[in-house]
Design a protein around this ligand. Structure first.
Ligand code: NOJ
Length: 558
């Protein structure tokens, strides 16, 4: 397998609005990040993925960019950004910027021009269509509820917006637009950025513009088949690679709806496209046919089968990103672990899982101290456009049961991940001296960075150890993955093998005490414990182990 520095790296994601406020306005900012770089260095991260910091009217917290070459006022100035990257590079950390070019803000000057008239030179930077029988051009639904088309009176046409109506989709068919994007990316590389995380990059090639099927009596339907992995997607990415990425930056494409075969096309080393993808299959295992808000319990077998499919599928043929949460997903300890009695044990178990698989691990801010989901009493306290639009549609327009909708927000809402990072036990968790833009999780007195750094048994120190192990054991990065006990309802176990090295990873995903039995065909040699979230005997015997709640243990064969 090809070796690369980014395969051996650990990435930490910062959602700047909620990370650290340095000036008391209640919103995190660039200077706040600089203040915490030593903390991140101590943790051991190599790369920081910074969610968007560009100028934006904040309809979707920066994922609606109105100027790709300037900084959002609330976050600071370009000089602050230059200071940040300098401070990062001084500490040998790399910066991966978010690149949001499936759409811009409707306040971007391209769009302000485009909507002036049909013959405006920027018109073709966006996607315009005539209405059909007095209605939208197609029945496609926006990811943020309602139609994906918005009517523009001035020119009597609709523009496409797969996300909010303040996020019009860019027209990648237009070579001029593509060149603008590449020039902008090169400009950032000239300023020193080391990589890009590309927002919904597999949606940029659209085709067909027909009504979607499967209406199920609904007004709008997912038009995914017309824009997920569209016909020119690989052509565009190869062009981008030639014009920009081949300069040697690290890339990860956010690619919802991508399967293993497609992921090979995006990340194969001979393809000249991207380094790795964020795929979503494991994020959908606890959803029913109604989509993300349709809650279903997760079965360990589904999770294991899915990870196994990806681990085996990409081996030697592509590269995956390893994540269980980010700014769009609930907190992983609440979703996959136990955020009550076994919060610490289960957070460590899940970390052991992510950091002993093949792929590049991503840590989302606060994950390293086991931050949890939040339950705000009323919808008024929520800020996320996806959540608010969904609530409005279901509760106000369709009269669905409020309590049920709130329950789905508690379990799946994006604001779970967006409450401020809990730095200490002082007011507002030390995030700000002002009023935070979104309320702090009330558990900040017990769950905070200061506590975690001071406690050698904390989740934080466990992450530090995992990151270090990855640097010291090539088998963790490059070893082949093989699953054991593929039917077990509580235990997830696998081996990693590289030449003569072998690891055995055993994870109890429950608060029960199941017994692990080593399959008979596996030769059990002398082992040492590399890491565990519980005390382990000095002379371990792996033939049979009674596991404790959420126990995780990694053995290395001697
Ligand atoms: C994916 C981003 O991660 C999410 O936060 C955003 O709302 C959409 N793309 C639209 O940019």
């Amino acid at each position: 397998m090809d070796q690369s520095w980014w395969k051996e790296s650990v990435v930490y994601q910062i959602y700047p609005r909620s990370f650290k406020d340095s000036n008391g306005d209640g919103v995190g900012d660039l200077q706040g990040i600089v203040e915490k770089l030593d903390y991140l260095k101590e943790l051991g991260v190599d790369i920081i993925w910074l969610s968007p910091v560009y100028k934006s009217p904040n309809d979707d917290n920066g994922y609606d960019v109105s100027d790709y070459q300037d900084i959002m006022d609330e976050f600071g100035t370009m000089a602050d950004w230059e200071h940040l990257i300098q401070e990062m590079h001084d500490r040998e950390m790399k910066l991966m910027m978010d690149l949001v070019v499936n759409h811009s803000s409707d306040e971007h000057h391209w769009f302000l021009e485009a909507k002036k008239s049909k013959d405006n030179p920027y018109r073709n930077y966006y996607i315009w269509r005539k209405g059909k029988d007095g209605k939208e051009p197609t029945n496609w639904e926006s990811f943020f509820s309602g139609s994906a088309w918005e009517y523009d009176e001035t020119t009597d046409e609709y523009f496409l917006h797969l996300f909010s109506k303040k996020q019009p989709d860019l027209n990648w068919e237009n070579a001029k637009l593509r060149k603008e994007v590449y020039d902008m990316m090169n400009w950032w590389i000239d300023k020193g950025v080391d990589g890009f995380r590309m927002d919904v990059i597999n949606l940029i090639s659209k085709a067909g513009y027909q009504d979607a099927r499967n209406m199920e009596g609904k007004k709008y339907a997912s038009g995914a088949e017309y824009f997920f992995n569209g016909p020119k997607i690989h052509e565009y990415l190869q062009e981008m690679n030639k014009e920009v990425l081949s300069r040697g930056v690290v890339t990860v494409g956010e690619t919802p709806g991508v399967d293993v075969e497609q992921a090979k096309l995006y990340t194969g080393s001979d393809r000249n496209e991207l380094n790795m993808v964020f795929q979503f299959e494991h994020m959908d295992l606890d959803s029913g046919p109604g989509g993300k808000w349709d809650l279903r319990p997760l079965k360990l077998k589904d999770l294991r089968d899915n990870f196994t499919k990806w681990q085996k599928g990409l081996e030697g043929e592509g590269w995956n990103s390893l994540y269980l949460n980010n700014h769009d997903q609930p907190r992983m300890v609440s979703r996959f672990g136990n955020d009550g009695k076994y919060r610490v044990e289960s957070a460590k178990m899940l970390a052991t899982f992510l950091h002993t698989l093949q792929g590049t691990p991503y840590i989302y801010q606060g994950e390293e101290i086991g931050m949890t989901n939040v339950k705000f009493a009323s919808i008024e306290e929520y800020k996320d456009i996806e959540t608010l639009n969904m609530y409005k549609e279901k509760v106000n327009e369709n009269n669905e049961d409020e309590a049920k909708v709130m329950e789905s927000i508690y379990v799946k809402g994006r604001d779970n991940a967006r409450t401020p990072v809990q730095w200490n036990a002082s007011e507002h968790a030390g995030f700000t001296t002002g009023t935070p833009w979104i309320a702090v999780n009330p558990n900040y007195k017990e769950v905070n960075v200061e506590q975690a750094v001071a406690d050698p048994d904390s989740i934080f120190h466990y992450y530090k150890k995992l990151i270090k192990l990855r640097k010291e054991n090539e088998v963790i990065v490059y070893g082949a993955y093989d699953v054991l006990l593929d039917d077990h309802e509580q235990i997830y176990a696998y081996t990693r093998t590289l030449k003569k090295e072998k690891l055995l990873v055993i994870l109890n995903f429950t608060d029960h005490r199941p017994e692990f039995k080593l399959p008979e065909d596996m030769i059990c040699r002398d082992v040492e414990v590399l890491i565990s979230n519980y005390e382990q005997p000095e002379e371990p015997d792996v033939t049979s182990i009674k596991l404790r709640p959420y126990e995780a243990v990694v053995y290395k064969y001697r």
